[in-house]
Design a protein around this ligand. Structure first.
Ligand SMILES: [Zn+2]
Length: 417
């Protein structure tokens, strides 16, 4: 006797606890029932309290009908996942007509509660969608849906402060077969936009839709790669902004020139000589003061045997001084001098690099004035790469884009009511 009454009391406590946790006002928990693998929480309407319309959330006086029971997955209580079970009412809304009521614990379309979907969304910022699904006993598709909805909500509700400095870059999907364009706010270090391709047409919506005319006017500096096709877009939509070809990309092209010289020299070398130069790539690309004694020794041998590689190496080192100049005139003199010596180097990759510089001088010299760190771009790109890797490469661009927004754009999550 005593035992059963105690048991009843605990059950009531659980029900009260859950009612409070869910913040129910017009509903109540009638029963908490433990079944195989689940704790089923039975919910009912509380007396004749007014229910809200699922569309406009206005309180409605009249209940039209009662639907079949529906279930929502909720967070787990210790090891038992919770399931809410309830028979939704259809209310007669004066504005919208007969509609299913509004659920304080979930979005109208959702099959999981808002608390669970937010928890899933938060974890999906750290783990792969597969890993997140495993953690919560859901399938991959449910996680994909939750993230997609969270991103939709976030994009609609995020704050849009004025933007002054942006970086436009491309990221590859499926090992360089498909490209996406990403736009970062370099001051706030946050992703602004992702475009499905890297063509001018694909990037135009960033200026016309995401930014719009008014917000385009506050843009001051736009960082990008020299090879990018966005310069025309910038002149069209933000003519006041300075284009800056950023350090990160210029150094990347420079290193590619060194690497190309090294590889063509390697092809020329005899088999015996080759052994000494295996894995010499980092000797040439590293800063000289970071080399160990053994590496310095190998570098000097390499240098003695390979005049073209030597020229490439010194050209690379000499170019890097450009970044330290404070005065625009001096920086320009240095660059002009460097380009002349590179043209005399008889190294085709460097000649190619110089021609690229010549076509973009204004945007390269802008560095001395703005000195915008492109570290942010690099960091963000690495983050995107890791998102792609941990998911074994998304099969569709749509999912990849959602994941990028979700992890890099600092979007707000839906408010739990
Ligand atoms: Zn309504």
């Amino acid at each position: 006797m005593l035992f059963t009454s105690l048991e009843r009391k605990i059950e009531v406590l659980i029900e009260t606890f859950i009612r409070k946790q869910l913040g129910l006002k017009a509903h109540t928990v009638t029963k908490a029932e433990e079944t195989k693998g689940y704790m089923v929480i039975h919910i009912d309407r509380l007396g004749s309290r007014l229910l809200r319309c699922g569309l406009c959330r206005q309180r409605c006086r009249r209940v039209h009908s009662i639907c079949k029971p529906r279930e929502w997955r909720d967070l787990s209580m210790r090891k038992l996942p919770l399931k809410l079970r309830y028979r939704p009412r259809r209310v007669a809304c004066p504005r919208c007509g007969v509609r299913v009521e509004d659920f304080p614990w979930a979005e109208p379309w959702a099959r999981v509660t808002s608390a669970l979907s937010n928890a899933v969304a938060r974890l999906a910022r750290e783990l792969s969608w597969q890993g997140t699904a495993r953690q919560y006993g859901l399938n991959w598709k449910s996680v994909a849906t939750i993230v997609k909805r969270a991103v939709q909500y976030g994009l609609k509700n995020r704050s849009r402060p004025p933007v002054h400095v942006i970086g436009i870059d491309e990221v590859s999907r499926r090992k360089g077969q498909v490209y996406l364009t990403v736009v970062y706010d370099l001051e706030r270090r946050v992703l602004l936009w992702v475009g499905d391709d890297r063509t001018e047409e694909a990037v135009r919506p960033f200026f016309t839709e995401e930014m719009g005319r008014r917000r385009c006017h506050t843009l001051q500096v736009i960082c990008m790669d020299m090879w990018a096709a966005y310069a025309k877009l910038v002149r069209e939509h933000a003519p006041q902004a300075q284009i800056l070809f950023d350090r990160f990309h210029i150094v990347k092209h420079l290193n590619e020139a060194v690497e190309e010289v090294r590889r063509s020299e390697m092809r020329r070398l005899s088999q015996k000589e080759k052994v000494a130069f295996k894995r010499s790539r980092w000797l040439l690309l590293k800063n000289p003061w970071n080399l160990s004694d053994e590496q310095k020794e190998r570098l000097s041998t390499l240098v003695r045997w390979n005049a073209p590689i030597v020229r490439a190496y010194y050209l690379k080192e000499a170019f890097q001084m450009f970044w330290d100049y404070q005065q625009p005139k001096r920086a320009q003199d240095h660059l002009e001098k460097w380009m002349r010596s590179a043209m005399r180097s008889r190294l085709d990759p460097f000649k190619k690099f110089v021609r690229m510089l010549r076509g973009h001088l204004d945007g390269i010299l802008a560095w001395t004035k703005h000195r915008i760190s492109s570290g942010a771009v690099e960091g963000m790109n690495n983050k995107i790469k890791s998102i792609s890797h941990r998911s074994f490469g998304f099969r569709t661009a749509k999912h990849f884009i959602a994941a990028i927004y979700h992890c890099c754009a600092r979007l707000p999550l839906p408010v739990e009511r």
